[in-house]
Design a protein around this ligand. Structure first.
Ligand SMILES: CC(C)(COP(=O)(O)OP(=O)(O)OC[C@H]1O[C@@H](n2cnc3c(N)ncnc32)[C@H](O)[C@@H]1OP(=O)(O)O)[C@@H](O)C(=O)NCCC(=O)NCCS
Length: 241
């Protein structure tokens, strides 16, 4: 399978959304936050993800997609035959480092408001949050903020991997690593640390360890008897030797 890693553009947003939705369907955080499957509205969720991707593009976030490049009929493996050229098989969405001492730029602030407005319109259009347990969402936000305050020691901030996923049919072939390398190499050149959170301990913690991340903290979002564990991992910059 031949893959290229390219920056996300607006035309790719629907495919990127589709890739994320499929990859996270069994994600522990997703299942905890959307705890009633009968209320889940996949179109509302897609609209929300699309609004976030648009925000990311407008804020110049380093977001990449992995696309199949080689024509299916040129390849020999069964995997290639099933995946047409141009298909998005992976997404990596990062935030650039933001030093806590630096104020948010005016344009990022404005994009934040635009995102809120788009989400409000989505609430009206779809008559709600599409099954998101809003109480749990705010529990997660608070637990996450407390963890960042404790873990993020570097005053320059961190490259924050917000989402990374690879389509199930393309996993274990190095696509995730290619997507991550795209920003991790840049972080190494700039001598900057990276950060991510995963709600899937196995196999993700091991996969990220192979990419140079270390598990620094395990946190728990608790609502009644339901607990969602998150694995917080930091990758120190690799020295240029
Ligand atoms: C996590 C994920 C992005 C990794 O992408 P991937 O394309 O499967 O990973 P790669 O093939 O690039 O493998 C990266 C490394 O992990 C290793 N690895 C991959 N899958 C593994 C597994 N199941 N168990 C152990 N190691 C594994 C690879 O051997 C490779 O190590 P190496 O570079 O030393 O050879 C992908 O599995 C995925 O999308 N999972 C579902 C969604 C998800 O959980 N996203 C992350 C949320 S934080």
């Amino acid at each position: 399978m031949s893959i290229e890693i390219v920056p996300l553009v607006e035309n790719d947003i629907p495919d990127a959304v589709n890739c994320v939705q499929k990859a996270f369907a069994d994600d522990p955080y997703f299942r905890w936050a959307f705890d009633d499957p009968s209320k889940f509205n996949i179109q509302r969720n897609a609209a929300s993800l699309a609004a976030h991707f648009q925000y990311g593009i407008n804020c110049d976030c380093p977001i990449s997609v992995a696309k199949i490049t080689r024509a299916a009929n040129e390849s020999k493996s069964d995997d290639d035959i099933r995946i047409p050229v141009g298909t998005v098989v992976g997404v990596a969405w990062w935030y650039s480092p933001q030093a806590p001492s630096m104020p948010e730029t005016w344009s990022v602030w404005a994009q934040g408001w635009l995102l809120s407005f788009r989400q409000l319109m989505n609430n009206i259009r779809f008559l709600g949050r599409g099954g998101l347990n809003v109480h749990r969402y705010w529990i997660w936000k608070q637990v996450q903020q407390t963890a960042h305050d404790a873990i993020w020691q570097d005053p320059r901030g961190y490259y924050f991997c917000n989402v990374v996923c690879v389509a199930s049919e393309a996993r274990g072939m190095g696509v995730g690593k290619m997507l991550m390398d795209n920003v991790m190499d840049k972080a190494d050149r700039e001598n900057m640390p990276c950060y991510l959170e995963s709600s899937k301990g196995y196999p993700n913690v091991g996969i990220y360890e192979r990419m140079g991340f270390e598990l620094v903290k395990e946190i728990e979002c608790v609502d009644g008897g339901d607990v969602c564990k998150l694995y917080c991992m930091i990758r120190k910059p690799k020295s240029k030797e």
